[in-house]
Write a protein that binds this ligand. Structure first.
Ligand code: PMP
Length: 430
């Protein structure tokens, strides 16, 4: 594969953008090598500036659940653009969006639109603190909730890859208010709430972890957290930026049957445009300005073009059987990857929930952050590059989940597995 144009662009980018990118994991730092620059994307494929094609399992890190450049989303955006790009005053699609979210996710009786997942989580904890009058929040090791100061404590995703569990620039006084727990550990959560329950404003969790590879909750774990929060008067916040509208139409809360107090969204809800949202019970959301005293605002929030893209996407994911088909594709992919690894004599296990999956270079079933980080990352890196060279783009880090879209049909999965059979041999040879 020729990468001359990407290489030239990356050289220019590195002079002007920190690390050559606008979001850390894109730089390929943990897998080594250089990123390719994308010219265009369509369906299950990305096309780079050198004319190479890749089957894409990153999906813009989650939003592209119907595949890239879906005509319905594109047309909705084109139609919206004809009427103007931003109004700074209410527009009709904001109401339709709020109606759609509250219908699909009933725990959200009211919502507020923002511009990213980070804004959604920041706003949700401010509301939790404002509503409870308490200062502390609880998060989980390896969970990533965007780059807000309070969340860069034992965080996942890029922060995990780069070994920066607590970023410089986060004041210790603020980080001290973030308590952390090991994910999927029942007793640790009980003990923390027994000790500090009265000081905890809210507990925020990725109900399926997608930022320390992919780790589903143990049976009853989310229910356990629900009970602890209720008992101690803390708010349960599900960060469904990744899982929302993906693991099920109603998100992880529908899939596991657990009702949070507040939920954050991003990714799919914007159809590829920069969008986030947070929502919850009416009595809580009524405390957000201007209805209530908890301040939060945004120049571009509820942007008409972003609302059009998100609404078109949410329309598509409501097609009957949509999530069941995606789950079946993901199952076929994961089972095929395990079989291919086995053939090559490589120890690999997979996790999956709906259209989210994780691939681990280990022989164990991975249920904890400690297990996820103990996997053979060198083998993953060899596998990653062997796949990329064969035209399959996996997330460029061993600590990210993979995403399947409805454009990933059987032929795409077969081509992926064919590449994987060879790539696992390369991984094994390391
Ligand atoms: N929460 C979760 C669970 C995420 O996966 C992410 C981003 N990957 C965020 C929050 C932050 O979203 P954004 O990058 O849009 O700020």
């Amino acid at each position: 594969m020729n990468h001359d144009r990407s290489h030239a662009l990356f050289s220019r980018a590195r002079q002007l953008l920190p690390g050559g990118v606008n979001s850390p994991v894109r730089a390929f730092k943990s897998v080594g090598g250089e990123p390719f620059f994308v010219q265009r994307a369509d369906g299950a494929y990305l096309y780079d500036v050198d004319g190479n094609r890749y089957i894409d399992y990153v999906g813009s890190w989650g939003p592209m659940i119907v595949g890239h450049n879906h005509p319905a989303v594109r047309e909705a955006v084109q139609k919206a653009i004809a009427d103007g790009l931003s109004f700074g005053a209410p527009c009709p699609t904001e109401v339709t969006m709020a109606e759609t979210i509250t219908r699909l996710v009933p725990s959200c009786e009211m919502v507020r639109m923002v511009n990213s997942g980070t804004e959604a989580t920041l706003s949700a904890i401010r509301l939790a603190r404002g509503a409870t009058g308490r200062a502390k929040i609880v998060k989980f090791e390896g969970c990533y909730h965007g780059h807000g100061d309070s969340f860069l404590v034992k965080a996942g995703s890029g922060a995990l890859t780069f070994g920066v569990p607590t970023s410089p620039g986060v004041p210790k006084a603020l980080a001290d208010l973030t308590l952390t727990l090991p994910y999927n550990d029942f007793d640790a959560a009980t003990a923390l709430f027994e000790e500090s329950g009265a000081e905890i404003a809210g507990l925020i969790i990725e109900p399926v972890v997608g930022n320390a590879n992919c780790i589903p909750p143990r049976e009853g774990y989310l229910q356990h957290l629900r009970e602890l929060c209720t008992r101690h008067g803390a708010l349960l916040i599900f960060d469904e930026v990744m899982t929302g509208f993906r693991v099920a139409l109603g998100g992880a809360q529908a899939h596991y049957g657990v009702v949070p107090d507040l939920t954050t969204f991003g990714k799919i809800i914007g159809g590829g445009m920069p969008v986030g949202a947070y929502g919850g019970r009416r009595e809580l959301m009524s405390q957000v300005a201007p209805a209530g005293p908890v301040y939060q605002a945004g120049t571009l929030s509820g942007n008409p073009v972003a609302m059009a893209a998100g609404l078109a996407m949410l329309e598509l994911v409501q097609a009957p059987g949509f999530h069941a088909r995606l789950a079946a594709t993901t199952a076929r992919l994961c089972e095929g990857l395990e079989a291919a690894a086995h053939e090559a004599g490589v120890a690999v296990t997979t996790n999956r929930v709906g259209a989210m999956f994780g691939l681990f270079f280990t022989s164990e079933k991975v249920e904890t952050y400690a297990q996820a980080t103990a996997c053979d990352t060198a083998a993953f890196n060899r596998f990653f590059h062997a796949m990329l060279g064969r035209g399959v783009f996996l997330a460029p880090s061993a600590y990210e989940a993979g995403f399947v879209s409805s454009a990933h049909d059987d032929a795409v999965v077969d081509a992926t597995l064919e590449a994987a059979r060879e790539a696992f041999k390369v991984a094994a040879a390391g």
